[in-house]
Design a binder for this molecule. Structure first.
Ligand code: SF4
Length: 367
């Protein structure tokens, strides 16, 4: 590879990637929560999610050729080959349907190379009103497009998780949810879903929700089989939170800090994480200062470059450039090392997967 891996990943996640042949049998996903409008691509020892269907990706100087019979393809920068990549194969569990006729791929999907991901509840109290919705979120789009079902039942999740382990060797599972009405903020449906999956197959699970009003839910989720927890700040400064996610920002930062400390006491140091989207307006210094505080509590700050999703209010918002990501991820990986937190020791979830950021690649390079 003629470019350092961390630089190339930062560049690809900022600019996106154009596909020479979009129909070349390469899996990608559009809309929904998580790395929407992205494709999983393996470069060297890193599998990363790279934007392919976003507006910036159509202008990207990076192009990937159609893969050969072995699934390998060249990445070109302004016409010059700079790296070789491969694509995870279409998972076999996508060919199955539940007894009641729902395709497994509408219940859970493969992220990166070995992560099963589901949005247990595909609606959200924050998404009902234009003034409250998180401006980056597309949770309703994949539902409207018929690519998913609104509520995945515990039995359906258990059935799909077992198949994904047995047929495709998935290693861990991410369960996220839109925020339902009620002050458990989704913890109850995550707990019942985790219990059903764990009764069916031995698969580490990360649950993701807003901080429940009552911290008793942390022990309930753990006892139900949740191994790791994500409570996502998304943005760190109060003004950016209020601007980008006016509804979610009604839960004050003080509740997040309380909940981080209380959940680490339940799940253990390094098993609680938070997603931080760089590029929404927080400065590198603000993100690093928040990360330092998180790490001291035992929370893994998973900092990812913000990538807009088509059809959302932020669809034209630019991704942060590679230099901005480097200015955060390089010192952050050193802070994580000093704090004894690593992606690979997280039992399940986005931090362990790492595909939406170059952070874990920095960690491996540093180690
Ligand atoms: S980091 Fe999280 S959202 Fe991104 S691919 Fe991995 S599991 Fe999915």
């Amino acid at each position: 590879m003629s470019m350092q891996a961390t630089t190339l990943i930062n560049e690809l996640q900022s600019h996106g990637l154009r596909l020479v042949d979009p129909s070349a049998g390469v899996q990608s996903r559009r809309g929904g929560a998580g790395p929407s409008d992205h494709k999983a691509i393996t470069i060297g020892d890193s599998t990363v999610m790279v934007p392919v269907h976003t507006a910036p990706a159509f202008e990207s100087p990076y192009v990937v050729e159609a893969p050969d019979a072995a699934g390998r393809a060249r990445i070109l920068h302004n016409g010059t080959a700079i790296a070789e990549a491969s694509f995870p194969a279409r998972p076999r569990f996508y060919d199955l349907s539940t007894a009641d006729g729902v395709p497994y791929s509408k219940i859970a999907v493969l992220h990166s190379r070995d992560v099963l991901a589901t949005t247990v509840l595909q609606t959200c109290i924050r998404y009902q009103s234009r003034t409250k919705t998180c401006r980056f979120c597309a949770i309703g789009q994949s539902l409207a497009a018929g690519r998913t079902v609104e509520r995945k039942t515990p039995a359906q999740l258990a059935e799909v998780a077992k198949a994904a382990v047995e047929l495709d060797g998935v290693k861990h599972m991410v369960m996220t949810t839109g925020t339902p009405p009620g002050d458990d903020r989704g913890a109850a449906i995550l707990a019942e879903s985790a219990a059903a999956v764990k009764a069916s197959v031995d698969l580490p699970i990360q649950a993701q929700c807003e901080p429940p009003a009552d911290s008793v839910w942390f022990a309930r989720m753990r006892d139900a089989g949740v191994d790791a927890l994500g409570m996502h700040l998304e943005a760190v400064s109060p003004d950016v939170r209020a601007r980008i996610m006016p509804g979610k920002a009604e839960v004050p930062l003080s509740r997040y800090w309380e909940a981080f400390a209380e959940s680490v006491a339940v799940f253990g140091r390094g098993q609680v994480s938070t997603y931080i989207l760089a590029g929404l307006g927080d400065t590198a210094e603000e993100i690093l200062a928040t990360s330092e505080r998180l790490i001291s509590l035992g929370v893994y700050p998973f900092v990812v470059p913000f990538v807009s999703i088509s059809g959302t209010p932020l669809e034209s918002h630019p991704a942060p450039d590679a230099a901005f990501m480097d200015a955060i991820l390089r010192p952050l990986s050193a802070m994580l090392r000093a704090g004894g937190l690593t992606a690979e020791t997280i039992k399940a979830g986005c931090g362990r997967c790492g595909a939406c950021s170059a952070l874990s690649t920095y960690e491996r390079r540093g180690a």
